[in-house]
Design a binder for this molecule. Structure first.
Ligand SMILES: [Zn+2]
Length: 328
């Protein structure tokens, strides 16, 4: 289980929580708000571990009975709410929160509830929870994490202290992948760029075979496009687009490639490149392609992405893209 010191980024959130721990003054409810994979669960766990630690510092000691219990996932006063279905119903909230909160903490001064993906609560469940967070017992602290806060009732939102999770700088994410996960440089670079600054997502990318495979396929297309016939290219891009969930990833990766070419063409600098291990190929393309052409490709790629979402004139946008890609 993570400690505050293991978390990359989110300094302001951590600072806020550590201050509260130092002063032993907690809000009854916190809303951890940020995209999936941004580190909300890690922060929630680190917070619980530190608050419950017997040493009482702003960093968990890792040695006391409480720290050991929370590490092994069975601390009686840390209550992550378990969701077994796609939604979290009123029954679960009543059993795991409303009824449970009446029982005093077992071994520490606080009882901490954690509702991950709180937007999965049904409206009924949210209303049940609301009653509890309106008048909670002194010892109760509620942590709710959401990626889409607009799905929560306004009445819940207004009871919570909002803790926003912003994207972490790509360079920081990359360093983390290399230093803590042993991911090689070129892969860490791509995964970090792709994660949009969300460390959890970056780790998943870097460790997934699908991602490395995707990268390989995109590189093959953009590097050897000149030797392909229109039909072959069309086939390739259609193949990406047909991969449904992954399609956006492919198109994003293509965008990053052409962004690299554009960047290199404009600056001759290799430092900001996402595909730094492919500098030679990038330089060759930068030499061949005009700024207008690269601009055209970028816009066409954006259009393909847009239209794919709305399912209109997708083929047209695709053809436009191919024309630009082939026009050298
Ligand atoms: Zn401890």
């Amino acid at each position: 289980m993570a400690d505050f010191k293991d978390i990359v980024g989110h300094e302001q959130v951590i600072h806020h929580l550590q201050n509260a721990i130092r002063q032993k003054r907690f809000s009854h409810a916190y809303l951890l708000c940020g995209e999936e994979g941004s580190g909300k669960s890690l922060v929630a766990e680190a917070f619980a571990k530190t608050v419950l630690c017997e040493e009482g510092g702003i960093v968990a000691c890792g040695k006391c009975k409480s720290c050991k219990q929370i590490e092994s996932g069975n601390h009686p006063d840390f209550r992550p709410v378990v969701r077994e279905k796609a939604t979290l119903g009123v029954k679960e909230i009543r059993e795991q929160v409303t009824a449970d909160v009446q029982i005093k903490p077992y071994s520490s001064a606080y009882k901490i509830y954690f509702i991950d993906e709180a937007e999965k609560m049904t409206e009924e469940a949210q209303n049940a929870l609301l009653k509890t967070i309106e008048e909670p017992p002194e010892y109760a602290v509620f942590l709710l994490s959401v990626s889409r806060q607009e799905l929560l009732l306004q009445t819940i939102l207004s009871r919570c202290v909002l803790l926003p999770f912003y994207p972490v700088a790509t360079e920081k994410v990359k360093r983390f992948l290399m230093e803590h996960k042993g991911i090689p440089d070129y892969l860490a670079e791509g995964a970090a760029a792709f994660s949009g600054g969300h460390v959890g997502r970056a780790v998943r990318f870097a460790e997934s075979e699908e991602f490395t495979e995707q990268r390989k396929e995109v590189l093959h297309l953009v590097k050897y496009i000149d030797e392909m016939t229109m039909a072959e290219i069309m086939e390739n891009v259609k193949l990406f687009a047909a991969k449904k969930d992954a399609a956006d990833g492919y198109l994003d990766m293509m965008l990053l490639w052409y962004r690299d070419v554009l960047l290199y063409k404009a600056t001759k600098n290799v430092n900001g490149l996402m595909f730094r291990d492919e500098t030679e190929a990038i330089a060759a393309q930068a030499c061949k392609r005009s700024f207008e052409n690269l601009q055209g490709i970028t816009e066409a790629l954006e259009q393909v992405k847009q239209r794919m979402k709305s399912n209109v004139n997708f083929e047209n946008a695709l053809e436009l893209l191919l024309l630009y890609m082939k026009e050298v």
